[in-house]
Design a binder for this molecule. Structure first.
Ligand code: MF3
Ligand code: CO
Ligand code: CO
Length: 266
């Protein structure tokens, strides 16, 4: 296993640009989330926007993946393949996951959006998942342990009766899409790798309304919950700083179709 690559100041400056572009692309794609839109049209937009900004969509041809983004609706946990026949409908929840490569550096970000008017159950799942990511991020600082991140996420999700997906984890990221560091979204405080300044990785919890287990569809990519209940996900790319972390894929404005119409409090 190659070592964990710590990033220098210059590395961070370059990687920040890739992360900003990924976030900006997601901000723009978010505006397309509405009933009647097909997921291929959103993916086409993501491809064009990425190329226009002199970047490359990291997903495209990644281990044979056929599209530029992953778009995962309702019971699809992750890696939903954009398709003209997959049409968003009122009440759906949809995760859009975008990774951009700019000047050789990667930025990976995703969010779950509401299509039209969400149900109370959908809001509860999506807002819990958003909070799981925020709670995970709040643990990140030098000398914290990977288990602290996982525990914070798992405790919050399970307290609300939801489950944490085990089969996919956050990952180191930099010049490579998936670098050697795995961030489980479950775990025990005080356990696991000790964080160091200059580490760059994603946190990307997938939270299920029912059972945490999943299965693959015949396309070999799409994963769905085994019980058909819904799943949500949020993802950011982070760098560990002297006294905490920087969210490298932070948004410059609130995301469209991401704030609930009624507001929500736990
Ligand atoms: N963006 C995903 C992640 O968060 C990976 C997608 S790989 C693909 O790690 F091949 F499915 F696109
Ligand atoms: Co991603
Ligand atoms: Co990722």
């Amino acid at each position: 296993m190659p070592d964990i690559i710590l990033k220098s100041h210059d590395d961070i400056v370059a990687m920040r640009r890739a992360c900003r572009l990924a976030a900006q692309t997601l901000e723009e794609a978010a505006k397309m989330v509405k009933p009647g839109e097909n997921t291929l049209a959103i993916d086409d937009f993501i491809y064009d926007y990425t190329i226009k900004h002199h970047a490359i969509p990291a997903d495209l041809n990644y281990h044979g993946y056929p599209k530029s983004s992953c778009i995962s609706i309702n019971e699809v946990v992750c890696h939903g393949i954009p398709n003209k026949k997959t049409v968003l409908k009122d009440g759906d929840i949809v995760n859009i996951d975008i990774t951009s490569i700019l000047d050789g550096w990667h930025g990976d970000v995703s969010a779950t959006f509401y299509v039209g008017t969400p149900s109370k159950e959908a809001i509860n799942l999506v807002e819990t998942t958003r909070e799981c990511l925020n709670l995970g991020i709040a643990e990140v600082r030098p000398d914290a342990r990977l288990g602290d991140i996982g525990a914070a996420i798992q405790e919050f999700a399970e307290r609300r009766g939801f489950s944490v997906v085990r089969d996919f984890v956050g990952h180191g990221i930099g010049r490579q899409f998936h670098e050697n560091l795995q961030v489980a979204h479950y775990g025990r405080r005080g356990h696991g790798l000790r964080l160091r300044e200059g580490m760059t990785f994603t946190i990307e919890p997938m939270i299920n309304a029912g059972d945490w287990r999943l299965r693959f569809l015949d396309d070999g990519w799409t994963t769905v919950t085994i019980d058909g209940k819904w799943s949500a996900q949020f993802e950011h790319t982070l760098v560990v700083t002297k006294d905490g972390c920087e969210i490298m894929t932070a948004f410059s404005a609130p995301l469209a179709n991401s704030i609930t119409p009624t507001g929500f409090k736990f």
